[in-house]
Each structure stands twice: as C-alpha cells, then as structure tokens.
Design a protein around this ligand. Structure first.
Ligand SMILES: Cc1cc2nc3c(=O)[nH]c(=O)nc-3n(C[C@H](O)[C@H](O)[C@H](O)COP(=O)(O)OP(=O)(O)OC[C@H]3O[C@@H](n4cnc5c(N)ncnc54)[C@H](O)[C@@H]3O)c2cc1C
Length: 303
C-alpha cells in the first residue's frame, strides 16, 4: 500500500513527487510520459531560475530532480481510480493496479486539435497552442489565430501588440465576451475571417501559410503567416476520475486552495483543476501544495 500515488508526470506531478518523497512518503509516480504539455514548446522564458530554456530541457531538469529521491516510477496510462473503504485503487491500461491511501491527480490538459494536414508536423515550428507562452517568438511576423472564444480573443489581443498582422479565423461567429471582441476590433492590424474553415497548415521547415475555405461560397484562400495559434479549447484529462470526484462544467476537477477535492484523501493539482492560470510555475506550485496536503491527510487520518 502506497502512501500516495501521483498520476501525471508533468510539472505538477513531478513537483508533487519531490515534495512527497521529502516527507518520506512511500510514493508511486505514474504517467503516460515525462514532461507534459510544456515538452511541446521549444522555448520557455517564464520559469524562474532560467532566462530561457527549451520545454524538453526544463522537463529533463524536473525528471533529474525526481530521480534523486526514492520515488517508484512507472510509465503507463491510468484508466480508472476507485475508492475502496479506506484506500484508493489506481488501475492502469497495462493491467497493473496500485493501492494507496492518497491520490494526487495531476493529469493536465490537452489542447483540442484542428486535425488538419500540417498541424502535427509544425507543432513547435510555427503552430502553437499557447499565445501567452509562445507569442513573443512571433514579433514582427504575421500570424493566424484559429477560434472565436475567450481564449482565442485573449490570444488575439496579445498578438495584436506583438505581430505585424493578425488574422482571426473562425467557423462560427465569435462566442467571446463582447468586451474582448471590442478591444480586438479597435486594432488596425487585424483581419477577421468568420465562417471560414481551416483546411491545412503549409510550409517546408516552418509555417509559411494556411489554407482556409469559406463555408458560404466554398472559395479557398491562402493566408501568408508564420505562426498559427490554435485556440479552439482545451480538454482536461479527467476520464479516469470523472465519476469519482466533483468536476465543473469545463470538466476541470474542483479543488480548494489546498488542492483538496470533495473526496477526502484525493488531491488534484495543475491544469486539470479549476485553478485559473495554466502555467508551469503555477502547476509546479500546486503540485507542491497537493503533496503537503496529502502528507497532512495521512497524519490526521492514519490510526
Ligand atoms: C505549446 C505549449 C506551450 C506552453 N508554453 C508554456 C511556457 O512557455 N510557460 C509556461 O509557464 N507554461 C507554458 N505552457 C503551459 C504549461 O505547459 C502547463 O500549464 C503545464 O504543463 C501544466 O502542468 P501539469 O503538470 O498540470 O499538466 P501537463 O503538463 O498537462 O502534464 C500532465 C501529464 O499527465 C499525463 N497524463 C494525462 N492523462 C493521463 C493518464 N490517464 N494516465 C497517466 N498519465 C496521464 C500527460 O501525458 C502529461 O504528461 C504551454 C503549454 C503549451 C500547450
């Protein structure tokens, strides 16, 4: 029986592992792969202690730090977490299962994909899912933002200050808050293309253009852009636990400021939760809080 099983090897999970091990908790860290979302970005400029580091480079540092501690690690996909009397059972796709007194669930989020040719090839080479993070790399360039919701319009407003021109491509009318839409539309360097479907992202080594099609006329056009921000929503990786814990209407696990969920002993941290900011430094901090919370729970609940 583990004191804690941590699910997810992103910034939140790996930080939780270090904190749990330093509290001498008998810890298992299980995740699909090391790194999480940040491993998809080429450069990180906002993690303290590093002026600039690649996403994979930063996650290698996290992994190195985890390996200094006696944490059992297993690369596997968790398919279900169940509560059984006074403990939890974590079931994995490979058939393994782990029993534990506490769970720290930090399975993160994944961006919804466009699923068009070129998207996968150019991810990190012009295609980004995070304008806050990657926007500065497109200074003085033309970019397209795909989407019309709040996150898309926030990306547009950020990019209007950085890029030379911003095309906003959406299938439907914008669903973003009017205040965001009004602010975006005041800029001189915006072109709004509503009722357009993105067909492909084109280039050789880097993005050079996108091809879009008008839903009304069927006419296709090519936009010369060097960056494409796909902002059509994110999906919390909640599948293994959505019947166990309380989630909000966005599918995020609801936590309080100490990472407690509505199930005692089940903690959640990072992007999979309802914390408002989705950033590495925030996820790492939340992972630390969740591990300390799990430690306190063990102190007060173990006879
Ligand atoms: C392209 C991109 C660039 C970014 N750039 C920056 C940046 O420059 N600076 C910044 O601060 N933030 C950046 N972010 C945001 C940052 O990556 C996230 O806020 C952060 O990674 C969240 O960490 P997390 O540990 O909560 O979740 P994640 O990073 O999503 O990690 C969760 C991990 O859990 C695993 N997992 C999911 N489901 C399961 C399962 N069922 N079983 C086992 N494992 C599972 C996933 O595979 C993943 O490895 C960027 C995000 C993206 C997408």
């Amino acid at each position: 029986m583990y004191d804690t099983v941590i699910i997810g090897m992103g910034p939140a999970g790996m930080t939780a592992a270090v904190y749990a091990a330093r509290k001498k908790m008998n810890t298992m860290l299980v995740g699909k792969e090391y790194g999480g979302q940040v491993a998809w970005t080429s450069e990180v400029e906002n993690y303290m202690g590093f002026q600039m580091i690649s996403g994979p480079g930063l996650m290698d540092k996290f992994e190195e730090q985890v390996k200094h501690y006696p944490v059992e690690r297993k690369q596997s996909e968790v398919i279900r977490v169940e509560k059984e009397s006074d403990h939890f059972v974590v079931r994995c796709k490979d058939g393994e299962e782990y029993r534990c007194r506490t769970v720290i669930y930090s399975a993160g989020k994944y961006p919804r994909r466009l699923n068009v040719p070129g998207e996968k090839k150019f991810t990190g080479q012009g295609v980004s899912y995070c304008a806050v993070c990657d926007g500065p790399f497109f200074e003085g360039k033309s970019v397209a933002v795909i989407g019309g919701g709040n996150s898309a319009l926030e990306a547009v407003i950020d990019m209007l200050k950085i890029a030379v021109h911003v095309y906003v491509v959406s299938i439907e009318d914008w669903s973003a808050d009017p205040v965001l839409a009004e602010r975006a539309l005041q800029a001189p360097n915006i072109t709004v293309l509503k009722g357009y479907q993105t067909l492909s992202i084109n280039g050789e080594r880097n993005v050079r253009s996108i091809t879009i099609r008008s839903l009304a006329s069927g006419a296709e056009k090519e936009l010369a852009v060097e960056g494409v921000f796909v902002e059509i929503g994110t999906m919390p990786s909640n599948a293994p636990v959505k019947e166990l814990v309380q989630i909000n209407k966005l599918g995020e696990i609801e936590v309080d400021c100490s990472c407690n969920t509505n199930v005692p002993g089940f903690f959640a941290a990072g992007d999979v939760t309802n914390i408002p900011e989705k950033q590495v430094i925030v996820a790492a901090g939340e992972g630390a809080k969740a591990a300390i919370g799990a430690y306190r729970h063990l102190l007060t609940s173990t006879p």
